[in-house]
Design a binder for this molecule. Structure first.
Ligand SMILES: NC(=O)c1ccc[n+]([C@@H]2O[C@H](COP(=O)([O-])OP(=O)(O)OC[C@H]3O[C@@H](n4cnc5c(N)ncnc54)[C@H](OP(=O)(O)O)[C@@H]3O)[C@@H](O)[C@H]2O)c1
Length: 248
């Protein structure tokens, strides 16, 4: 049984941010997927995985050399069929928290959020996109967020996070255009995972009804379904967990 029947039947995949709530769920699902030959799990502090299908690597978004080395290692035996960037930051300790008002804007925390959510993924694209398979559909996806949609912004707030995801969305659109020139079967997309119970969302989900809060495995399953269905003519798009398009 495979969730990714549109990819090469013996796929080599990479999950960046494998220590995160959604990233870990991707690794666990892909390990059990008959269509996947190898899962490369990337995070700052490599994790131990019991399954021999998983190869653990270190990757720090703040260190381009680590990104380049990780991409080369993952594609050393076969090209990559799927790469998912599941990293991200919304809050950290006392220093970074989503702004409720313009009075709270702070240059250092805006810079850190942009570094992790926009600049890091751009370097991942730089080093991983050339490693994707070219003779079959292959996908590169980043976890964005609906709040990064400019057209959908009705509430304001969370300025740095919104800015960082809007920049990430522009990265996706731009990379999709360039990638399609040399890899017409490629799919480069931004995904919204829904509201998912993870460390990132925990301080903000108190009032979210249980029915609207996904477990990471549920979100990851739905997103893999979207990646399986999305076709190369939809590259550059921004999709929610149910496959619906989100306005940039
Ligand atoms: N949860 C939600 O409701 C929700 C909603 C919309 C969008 N998203 C998006 O989904 C993605 C995954 O979120 P999540 O909920 O799974 O968050 P999470 O559990 O907090 O995981 C975040 C991941 O990002 C990694 N990371 C942070 N800074 C890094 C760096 N400098 N280098 C490498 N990795 C770094 C973390 O690694 P460490 O373990 O090393 O810190 C961790 O693996 C994010 O992009 C988030 O914006 C989530």
């Amino acid at each position: 049984m495979t969730l990714l029947s549109s990819l090469h039947p013996n796929s080599n995949v990479g999950i960046i941010g494998a220590s995160g709530g959604i990233g870990r769920a991707f690794v666990e699902l892909l390990v059990g997927d008959a269509g996947i030959r190898q899962v490369h799990a990337f995070c700052r502090t490599p994790l131990e995985w019991a399954e021999s299908k998983v190869v653990s690597h270190s990757l720090d978004l703040a260190n381009e050399e680590s990104i380049e080395a990780a991409a080369s290692a993952a594609a050393s035996e076969a090209p990559l069929d799927l790469v998912i960037v599941a990293t991200g930051i919304l809050h950290r300790g006392e220093g970074i928290r989503p702004e409720k008002s313009m009075r709270e804007l702070d240059s250092r925390s805006i810079a850190e959020v942009l570094a992790v959510n926009s600049i890091g993924p751009s370097l991942v694209a730089k080093h991983f996109l050339p490693k994707l398979r070219r003779d079959h559909k292959a996908a590169f996806a980043v976890l964005s967020a609906r709040v990064g949609s400019i057209g959908d912004n009705r509430l304001g707030g969370w300025t740095a996070y919104r800015m960082s995801k809007a920049a990430l969305n522009m990265l996706v659109k731009t990379m999709a255009i360039e990638q399609a020139r040399t890899a017409p079967d490629s799919v480069v997309v931004a995904l919204h995972p829904g509201t998912v119970s993870t460390e990132l969302s925990r301080p903000f989900t108190g009032r979210v009804p249980e029915s609207q809060l996904f477990r990471p495995r549920m979100s990851a399953t739905k997103l893999l379904g979207v990646l399986d269905r999305v076709s190369p003519d939809q590259t550059g798009g921004f999709f929610a967990y149910d496959g619906s398009r989100i306005d940039y």
